[in-house]
Design a protein around this ligand. Structure first.
Ligand code: GLC
Ligand code: GLC
Length: 822
C-alpha cells in the first residue's frame, strides 16, 4: 500500500490531536462549548458561534462550501513591517515558520511563528458562561524590538442564519452596532423584538476599530488582504446596515524575549424586556460589563480554563480502559467519549457538513446519542428523554424532529417514521440501567407538548410498543411508514418530481403493504428490554406488581409473534430480507437484481438473535462478511443500485457507493459487530470494529479519508464508489454512540444493568489482559479481565477476593476490585 502523507498525530497525554500542516485534506474542526454557547473551530480558526440554536441565534457569520474553503472565522492579523500573517495561516496564507493546531477537549490552541514572533491563541468557551474566550499570547523570540500592528476580526451574523443568507433586501438595512471603549456591540434588531445582543471585547486599550465590513476589507478585496490591515490603518468605521463586523486595532511593542497576553471575548447577552435600554436607543450593557469583568485578566482566564479541564477530567474518569493497545485506549478513553458528548450537544445541527439551518433534533437520533454519554451526565440524559417523549403523539407515533430552542415537534417534517417509537425504550432503559433511577418512569409527560395530556413516561413506553403492534402489515411484520432508520428507503413515496422531498412525500400510503425487517429486529430487541423492565418493576413496585406482570406477558407474546413472523417471512435462505415494498415484493433478497442484501436487518435481527438456534444468525453474519465487507468497513447494501427505482425512493438516487446506496454508513456497522459479539465471534467482531476505528484509519489513510482522523464520520465511500475510503459528514453521527456502546459493553464487556454490572466480554483471541476502571452510581469498580485466549465466556468472577455466582457484579456503594477469568 502506498504511504499516505500525514498532517498530524495524537498526543494522548494531553488528550489532543496535533495538526502540523494547515493545509489538511479538509478543514479539521473542533467544538467549543458544553451547554448554551457553542462554537465550531477549524484548524485555521474558521467557523462560527451560536447560542443554543445554530439557526435562530447565529452570532457570527460563516460561508459554507465557499471558495476558498473554510471562509469566515475569528482572525488575528499581525502586521510586522511589510509582512501580514495569521497564527492559523488563513486567511492571508502567508507561509509560516512554524504552525501547530492542537484540538483538545472543548478547546483549541493554534500557534504560528513568523519572523521571530510567536502568536499562540487559546480558544475555549468557559463553563456556564455565554462567551468564547480567545487568549492571544504574543512573544518576541527575536533579538530586536518588535513593533506590531494587531487587528482582530469577527463578522456578525444577523441572528437567523437562514434569512441572513437570503433576505438581502432587508438585511442590508438593519445592521446596527455600538462602540464603547474596547468593546464593539452588535445590536441588529434589538430595537424591535430581540432582547439579545452580542459583543466583541479585548482587555486592553485599543488604538482604533472597524465595524463596517466594506470599509475594513474593501469591496473587491478578500479576507486575505483587507484594506485597513494592508495599510496598517484602522478606519474607525461605524456600521449602518450592510454587513457589520468587529475589528480591534492594537499597537504592540515587544522587547526581545517579551511576551504579552490579550484576552478577547466574544459574548452573548439577553436582557429582560423592560431592562433592554439604558437610554433611548442605547442598549443596557450591565450584563456585558459583568461578563467582561469576570474574564478580564490572564489569571481569571487561566482559572476558567483550568475549570474546563477539570470538568473533562471528571467526565473521562468514569470509564477508563488500559489494554496496552494505544490505538484502542485513546479512542475509548478520549476521542470516542468526546465525540459522543459533542454529538449529544449538537445533535445533527452544526458541523462543516450540516449548515445548522436544516434540521432540528431527531427523535431517533437523540435517543441513540443518549447511550453514548448517559454514564457521564445522567441528569442531562434524563432531561433529554422527557423533552423527546413530550413530542410524541397519543398513538405512540412521534414527530421525527424537534427544535431545540422551542422543544416543539417540527411540522415541516412531521411524523410517520415507524422505527421512531422503539428508540424511546432504547434510550430510557439505558438511562435507568446506568442510574438505577426508576422514578423517571413516573414523570408526567405530555403528548405533542399539549398541557392537560400528561401521562407517565411509562405510559409513553407502552404506547411506543403498541404503535408497532398496531401497525403490522400482511406478513405480520411492522409497516415501515415513511421510512425506518434508513431515511432513504421510502417505500410509500412515489415521486417523479425533483422538487419533492423524499422524506415528506407520502402520496399513496393508503393500502400499503410496505414492511420493515429492520423494525422487526429493533422491536424484538427493545421488546425484550421492555419485558425485562416490566418484570423488574413488578418486583420493585409491589403494589401494582400484577399490572406489570400482565404487561410483561402481553409484550412477550408480541415479541414471540414477531420472531415467528421473521422466521417465516423474513428469511431469504442466507440472510434476512430487508423489507417488503408497497406491492408486497421482497427487498434485499437474492431474487432481486440489485440490493440483494442490506446491513440493517442483518444487524438488528442478529442482535435480536432471531433464529440463532436454526443457524440463521451465523449465516447472516457470514453473509455480511462475504457480501458487505470491504477494506474500509461494511457497505449498507450490495450490489449498489445503478439506477433510480421509483418504488424505493431516495436510496437509489445516490450514485453507487455513496451514502445510503452502498456507502459504508458507519452508524450501522456496530449493529453487526454486536451481533457478532452476541454470537461469541470475537475475531470477526474485532476485525469489523478496527476497520472503522478512527485511530486505525488515521494511521493508514489520512489523505484518502480526508475528514478528521480523530472522530468517526457518518459515511465512508463504499467499494462500488469512484473513490472507496473517502470519508464525508464528519463528527455528528450516531456512529459515535454506537461505537461506544459496542466497545464498552460488548467487546470489553462492561454492561450496566438494573442490579449491577454485567461482565461479558467478546474479544479477539489475541487480546491480552486488560483493566477497566468504571464509576457506576456511587461505586467504583476496578476490573481486570484475563481472556486467556478465549473469545467469549466468563468462567469466574472474583469480587473483592470472593468468587461470585453468575456474571453480574451486584451493585454496592464503595470501591471494589474485580478479577474476571475467561
Ligand atoms: C442520518 C439521520 C438518521 C438516519 C440515517 C440513515 O444519519 O440523522 O436519522 O437514521 O441518516 O438514513
Ligand atoms: C438524506 C440523507 C440521510 C439523512 C436524511 C435526513 O436523506 O441521505 O442520511 O438521514 O437526509 O436529513
Amino acid at each position: 500500500m502506498e504511504q499516505q502523507k500525514r498532517y498530524g498525530h495524537f498526543d494522548d497525554q494531553h488528550r489532543e490531536y496535533v495538526i502540523t500542516d494547515p493545509q489538511t485534506p479538509w478543514p479539521w474542526i473542533n467544538y467549543l462549548g458544553n451547554e448554551d454557547f457553542f462554537s465550531l473551530i477549524s484548524n485555521t480558526a474558521g467557523g462560527y458561534s451560536f447560542y443554543k440554536d445554530a439557526k435562530f441565534r447565529r452570532i457570527t457569520r460563516y460561508r459554507y462550501n465557499n471558495v476558498p474553503m473554510d471562509n469566515g472565522g475569528r482572525y488575528f492579523y499581525i502586521k510586522d513591517g511589510n509582512t501580514v500573517w495569521n497564527p492559523g495561516w488563513k486567511p492571508c496564507k502567508t507561509p509560516l515558520d512554524f504552525y501547530e493546531c492542537r484540538h483538545g477537549m472543548s478547546y483549541t490552541r493554534i500557534t504560528g511563528h513568523k519572523n521571530g514572533v510567536e502568536a499562540s491563541v487559546l480558544f475555549f468557551v468557559p463553563l456556564k458562561k455565554w462567551c468564547e474566550v480567545q487568549k492571544l499570547t504574543l512573544t518576541n523570540q527575536s533579538q530586536e524590538v518588535k513593533r506590531l500592528k494587531l487587528f482582530s476580526f469577527e463578522e456578525w451574523c444577523l441572528w437567523n442564519a437562514a434569512t441572513d443568507m437570503e433576505n438581502f433586501q432587508r438585511n442590508f438595512s438593519t445592521g446596527e452596532v455600538e462602540i464603547e471603549g474596547s468593546t464593539i456591540y452588535h445590536k441588529t434588531e434589538y430595537r424591535e423584538r430581540r432582547n439579545h445582543y452580542a459583543f466583541y471585547h479585548v482587555n486592553t486599550e485599543i488604538q482604533g476599530f472597524d465595524t463596517d465590513r466594506e470599509t475594513f476589507v474593501g469591496l473587491y478585496n478578500e479576507f486575505a488582504n483587507p484594506d485597513a490591515v494592508m495599510e496598517g490603518k484602522p478606519r474607525n468605521s461605524h456600521a449602518h446596515g450592510w454587513s457589520p463586523i468587529a475589528s480591534h486595532y492594537i499597537e504592540v511593542t515587544l522587547q526581545p524575549g517579551e511576551s504579552k497576553d490579550f484576552v478577547f471575548l466574544l459574548g452573548y447577552i439577553e436582557n429582560e424586556q423592560d431592562k433592554k435600554f439604558s437610554a433611548p436607543q442605547v442598549i443596557n450593557k450591565d450584563k456585558a460589563h459583568a461578563l467582561i469583568g469576570s474574564l478580564d485578566t490572564t489569571e481569571k482566564v487561566d482559572k476558567a480554563f483550568a475549570e474546563l479541564c477539570e470538568y473533562w477530567d471528571a467526565l473521562l474518569n468514569i470509564y477508563k480502559v488500559r489494554t496496552g493497545n494505544d490505538k484502542l485506549d485513546r479512542m475509548v478513553n478520549i476521542w470516542n467519549q468526546y465525540q459522543c458528548m459533542v454529538t449529544f450537544n449538537f445533535s445533527r445541527s452544526a458541523s462543516f457538513f450540516e449548515s445548522g439551518v436544516g434540521r432540528g433534533m431527531g427523535f431517533r437520533d437523540s435517543n441513540q446519542d443518549l447511550v453514548g454519554f448517559v454514564h457521564q451526565i445522567p441528569p442531562r440524559a434524563r432531561e433529554r428523554i422527557i423533552d423527546i417523549a413530550s413530542t410524541q403523539f397519543p398513538d405512540g407515533g412521534c414527530y421525527h424532529q424537534y427544535q431545540p430552542l422551542t422543544k416543539r415537534g417540527n411540522n415541516d417534517i412531521g411524523g410517520g417514521f415507524n422505527d421512531d417509537p422503539c428508540w424511546l425504550i432504547f434510550g430510557t432503559v439505558a438511562y435507568i440501567k446506568e442510574t438505577g433511577d426508576f422514578s423517571i418512569l413516573d414523570e408526567l409527560v405530555p403528548f405533542d407538548n399539549q398541557p392537560g395530556t400528561e401521562v407517565t413516561l411509562f405510559e409513553h413506553l407502552k404506547v411506543s410498543m403498541n404503535h408497532v403492534i398496531n401497525n403490522l402489515g400482511p406478513h405480520m411484520l411492522p409497516l415501515i411508514g415513511r421510512a425506518d432508520w434508513n431515511d432513504c428507503l421510502n417505500l410509500n413515496c412515489f415521486s417523479w418530481d425533483p422538487n419533492e422531498s423524499f422524506q415528506t412525500t407520502e402520496n399513496v400510503s393508503e393500502g400499503t403493504k410496505a414492511e420493515s425487517l429492520m423494525i422487526a429486529g429493533l422491536f424484538v430487541v427493545t421488546g425484550k428490554e421492555y419485558v425485562a423492565l416490566c418484570q423488574k418493576l413488578s418486583s420493585v413496585h409491589r403494589g401494582s406488581a400484577s399490572v406489570y406482570e400482565t404487561e410483561a406477558e402481553r409484550m412477550q407474546q408480541a415479541v414471540d409473534a414477531m420472531i415467528e413472523a421473521v422466521k417465516k417471512h423474513g428469511w431469504d435462505g442466507e440472510w434476512y430480507l430487508r423489507a417488503y415494498d408497497f406491492f408486497g415484493n421482497k427487498i434485499g433478497s437474492n431474487e432481486c437484481e440489485e440490493g440483494k442484501i442490506f446491513i440493517e436487518s442483518q444487524g438488528w435481527c442478529t442482535m435480536a438473535e432471531i433464529g440463532a438456534e436454526d443457524g440463521m444468525v451465523a449465516k447472516s453474519l457470514d453473509a455480511c462478511k462475504k457480501y458487505l465487507e470491504c477494506e474500509h468497513g461494511m457497505v449498507l447494501n450490495n450490489p449498489a443500485f445503478s439506477k433510480f427505482i421509483y418504488e424505493y425512493g431516495e436510496i437509489s438516487s445516490y450514485p453507487e457507493g455513496y451514502k445510503e446506496n452502498a456507502g459504508i454508513f458507519c452508524h450501522n456497522n456496530p449493529w453487526v459487530i454486536i451481533g457478532e459479539c452476541l454470537a461469541g465471534r470475537g475475531n470477526d467482531a474485532w476485525n469489523h470494529y478496527a476497520k472503522i476505528l478512527p485511530s486505525y484509519v488515521e494511521e493508514k489513510y489520512q489523505t484518502l479519508h480526508k475528514v478528521e482522523p480523530y472522530v468517526n464520520c457518518q459515511m465512508v465511500a463504499g467499494k462500488d464508489a469512484a473513490r472507496p475510503g473517502e470519508g464525508k459528514n464528519s463528527w455528528l453521527t450516531g456512529t459515535a454512540a454506537w461505537m461506544w456502546y459496542t466497545v464498552s459493553e460488548f467487546i470489553l464487556g462492561i454492561k450496566p444493568d438494573y442490579d449491577g454490572i454485567r461482565i461479558d466480554p467478546c474479544l479477539p483471541e489475541t487480546a491480552g489482559d486488560y483493566t477497566v476502571q468504571r464509576k457506576f452510581r456511587e461505586a467504583e469498580y476496578n476490573i481486570t479481565v484475563h481472556p486467556n485466549g478465549s473469545q467469549k465466556g466468563v468462567k469466574q468472577i472474583v469480587l473483592d477476593g470472593t468468587p461470585i455466582e453468575g456474571s453480574i457484579i451486584p451493585y454496592s456503594v464503595g470501591s471494589h476490585t474485580v478479577e474476571v477469568t475467561m
